[in-house]
Design a protein around this ligand. Structure first.
Ligand SMILES: [Fe+2]
Ligand SMILES: [Fe+2]
Length: 281
């Protein structure tokens, strides 16, 4: 079984506050890791409300360095194993808001507190669980990626977000792929996950696809929908930088796919069997 606990996401839900960020506690066939830490210490507060003691969670995977996924890192207890791409430490500013949106700690400080695994290459961190490393942009309509823009010493530079990665879990029904913001493109992420894991079938995807505006991104959204159809994907967990209007469009266009909307405090269980040898007893 894979279980998902949404510790922070853009949407409020009952007593659980939302924020512009993402943090998901993932249990994959008996082993637990935290995927991103959201924009503040909200992930800890919501975990407490859910009765979860995060001090017992040893492994943290960071999808990329943006502050809406990493600002919670300073609130983690010392001694975690943190898996991330080295470029996640890159300084970044938002042009629109003129504020810092990069990693909240120096590399030295993070390494003085935690066991940091920095890698551009994929890493298997639990049985059947892959950190995907750097994602090549190979899908024709995603070759520009979903770039964010940085302001560097007064100059505007395009940010290729080389650090933007994700996680794939092998199951008997196909891969379950998780993205943070999907800046490298969700289809690129899924294609890379297939190569890295050697599993071609895809069961579901969770994210963060950076699809926010139906009018402006109509072409890429339509092509993404066609891609999901071609992969015969069964379930999509959508939220964070997928807006409600885009989610509703996905629902219309993919009537045979189970579409689930993320929100802080929501919990999901996927009744799946593992596809790897060292299964927990
Ligand atoms: Fe994000
Ligand atoms: Fe991002």
């Amino acid at each position: 079984m894979i279980s998902l606990k949404i510790l922070s996401e853009n949407r409020d839900n009952c007593e659980f506050k939302g924020e512009g960020g993402l943090s998901v506690l993932v249990e994959s066939f008996g082993k637990t890791f935290l995927l991103d830490t959201g924009y503040s210490d909200l992930f800890l507060k919501n975990a407490k409300l859910l009765g979860i003691d995060l001090s017992k969670v040893q492994t943290v995977v960071l999808t990329h360095g943006h502050s809406d996924h990493t600002n919670g890192v300073p609130y983690l207890d010392n001694g975690k194993t943190i898996i991330m791409h080295p470029q996640a430490f890159k300084d970044r500013w938002s042009i629109r808001k003129k504020e810092y949106v990069g990693f909240p700690m120096s590399e030295e400080e993070l390494k003085s507190r935690h066991n940091v695994i920095e890698t551009r290459l994929p890493v298997v961190f639990f049985d059947g669980c892959y950190f995907l490393g750097e994602i090549p942009m190979t899908v024709e309509f995603e070759q520009k990626g979903n770039f964010s823009t940085t302001l560097d010493e007064g100059l505007t530079q395009t940010d290729l977000t080389e650090d933007d990665s994700g996680v794939a879990i092998k199951t008997s029904e196909g891969l379950f792929v998780m993205t943070g913001c999907g800046h490298r493109g969700v289809c690129n992420t899924v294609e890379h996950a297939k190569k890295v894991t050697g599993q071609d079938k895809v069961f579901g995807v969770l994210g963060g696809f950076h699809l926010r505006n139906l009018e402006k991104q109509k072409d890429i959204i339509d092509r993404t929908i066609e891609y999901f159809k071609s992969q015969d994907i069964k379930v999509l967990y959508l939220g964070h930088c997928v807006t409600d209007e885009v989610i509703e469009y996905f629902e219309q266009k993919l009537p045979n796919v189970k579409i689930v909307r993320l929100a802080s405090g929501k919990q999901f269980e996927l009744e799946l069997d593992p596809l790897f040898e060292n299964q927990p007893s």
